[in-house]
Design a protein around this ligand. Structure first.
Ligand code: CTP
Length: 479
């Protein structure tokens, strides 16, 4: 049952109900209209207070479908958040928290007016790093600089975006850090307007909003509802945090830089099948999900991608030249024929062994013997062959599938195979990495080991491609 109908049929006001479950009247109004997603705790309290008449599941389902999709998975993204001066600035603290929960890198700029609503101290405590406040602060200007701050982001979010800040941006002003960054950025800009309904409706604000949209900025909200000021309602409420998160995910540019555009990237993926006879083969549990996701992410970054894959049950990624092979020997052949390349990423779980004898007919059971022996010989090491070959791509990345001593083994493998980086994952049975949708990897580089938190294989792929792009861009800058 809908919360609004339940309240109505029971003659309970939003205010009384809010007090009963320990939340605000505004929250209840939002939930009544299914405009926001309640937390599980809140849904549970509602369940309790309504004696089960409004089920949390149904409630969460209905409200979440009313919420913007995508889900707001911003993991791995780099967000620069600008907090301008509006009462809705308090919601930005929650936004920072939610972004960080999702393993999103957040840097914050607070305008002078913004500091009247939230303090740099509280923002810094939640963001885990001090916010930037002043265009001419020696720390920001010399250590980071507004140009630097404007770069290295996947999206710049202005929340709340006030009428004044939108007016300045629409006219290209750059007289403080926030506007200077917004003018200098090459990242997508997401604005979450928040203001009094009269200010939002004013033709000047509407003109500015239109101009900003024409310039490529994306607006989320404002929503209709009650304002913070008593007896004020209309369109002007800042979008709710889940809506902003979903917009961040949607708007963020896929990959930070254009360094990969036009580069040839070869990727291996999936298992290999080593025939025993015409009907049987040796294989492993690899699904190809991680390798294929990397190919997809590389293609989205503008690279020309050749994917060499063993037998898998997933579709070929779009915009990628995909070569299907069966055995390790075929895979080596396909990879070497695809060279030269700028980058090679070896994500395939290549079978280390194949049968020595090629058998043309199905092997029959022998009635007199209970045992059977297969003689196996080692397969070529594709990664090693390419990494140590004369046609070596500029950048080579290997994977390591380990079930114990993951980091130690990965470091040794990086050296032994001659690759630049190695992505190590624990493929022990209990972890469900092989065939599953998530992965927790360690990136072993020439300088150290980065432990990435568990995330979807697509996110691992995007983060890896972004890391490669950043690394090559820095290399170019320092060359
Ligand atoms: N690899 C390869 N060719 C092989 C075996 C492995 O190209 N014949 C590549 C994999 O694609 C991966 C890396 O080498 O990028 C490491 O694979 P892994 O299975 O972890 O290691 P192995 O070399 O097979 O060593 P071991 O099984 O002894 O751990």
């Amino acid at each position: 049952m809908k919360l609004a109908s339940w309240l109505k049929s029971n003659g309970i006001s939003a205010r009384d109900f809010a007090a009963r479950i320990g939340t605000t009247e505004a929250t209840i109004s939002r939930l009544k209209n299914a405009r926001a997603q309640p937390s599980f705790e809140l849904a549970e309290k509602i369940l309790e207070a309504t004696a089960g008449a409004v089920t949390p599941n149904d409630f969460l389902k209905r409200t979440s479908s009313a919420d913007a999709t995508p889900s707001g998975d911003t993991s791995g993204l780099r967000v620069l958040l600008i907090i301008a001066g509006g009462i809705a600035a308090y919601k930005s603290l929650d936004l920072i928290r939610r972004l960080r929960e999702r393993d999103t890198q957040v840097r914050v700029v607070i305008t002078r007016a913004g500091q009247a609503f939230v303090t740099p101290l509280s923002v810094g405590a939640i963001a885990g790093t001090a916010p930037y406040t002043d265009l001419f602060d020696p720390r920001t200007e010399f250590d980071v600089g507004h140009i630097r701050l404007a770069r290295d982001n996947d999206v710049v979010v202005v929340a709340p975006a006030t009428a004044d800040l939108m007016a300045k941006l629409a006219h290209g002003h750059a007289d403080d850090l926030a506007t200077a960054v917004l003018l200098a950025t090459n990242s997508p800009v997401l604005l979450a307007p928040a203001m009094n309904p009269q200010m939002w409706a004013h033709p000047a604000t509407q003109r500015n909003a239109q101009r900003l949209t024409d310039d490529g900025a994306v607006l989320v909200g404002p929503n209709e509802g009650e304002m913070a000021e008593v007896n004020e309602a209309g369109v002007g409420r800042m979008a709710e945090v889940p809506e902003i998160l979903a917009a961040v995910e949607r708007v963020a540019k896929p990959f930070g830089s254009k360094v990969l555009a036009g580069k040839h990237v070869i990727i291996t993926s999936g298992p290999t099948h080593e025939p025993i006879d015409p009907v049987r083969y040796i294989a492993n549990r690899s699904s190809g999900k991680q390798g294929h996701a990397i190919a997809q992410a590389a293609a989205r970054s503008g690279a020309r991608v050749t994917l060499v894959t063993g037998p898998v049950d997933i579709p070929d990624p779009s915009g990628v030249a995909t070569i299907h092979v069966e055995s390790a020997e075929d895979m080596l052949e396909a990879v070497t024929s695809a060279l030269p390349a700028d980058i090679a990423i070896f994500a395939a779980a290549v079978a280390d062994w194949r049968t020595q004898k090629k058998v043309a007919q199905k092997m029959k059971k022998q009635a007199d013997t209970k045992k059977m022996k297969l003689t196996l010989v080692q397969n070529p090491d594709i990664l090693k062959t390419v990494a140590k070959g004369s046609d070596r791509p500029e950048f080579v990345i290997g994977f390591a599938a380990e079930t114990e001593n993951v980091i130690k083994a990965a470091k040794a493998k990086r050296r032994a195979k001659g690759c630049d980086w190695l992505v190590a994952n624990d493929v022990g049975h209990a972890r469900g990495v092989m065939g599953g949708d998530v992965n927790a990897v360690h990136l072993v580089t020439e300088t150290g080991v980065e432990d990435w938190p568990e995330m979807g294989k697509h996110k691992v792929a995007e983060r890896l491609i972004r890391r490669i792009a950043d690394h090559l861009a820095t290399d170019k800058e320092t060359a």
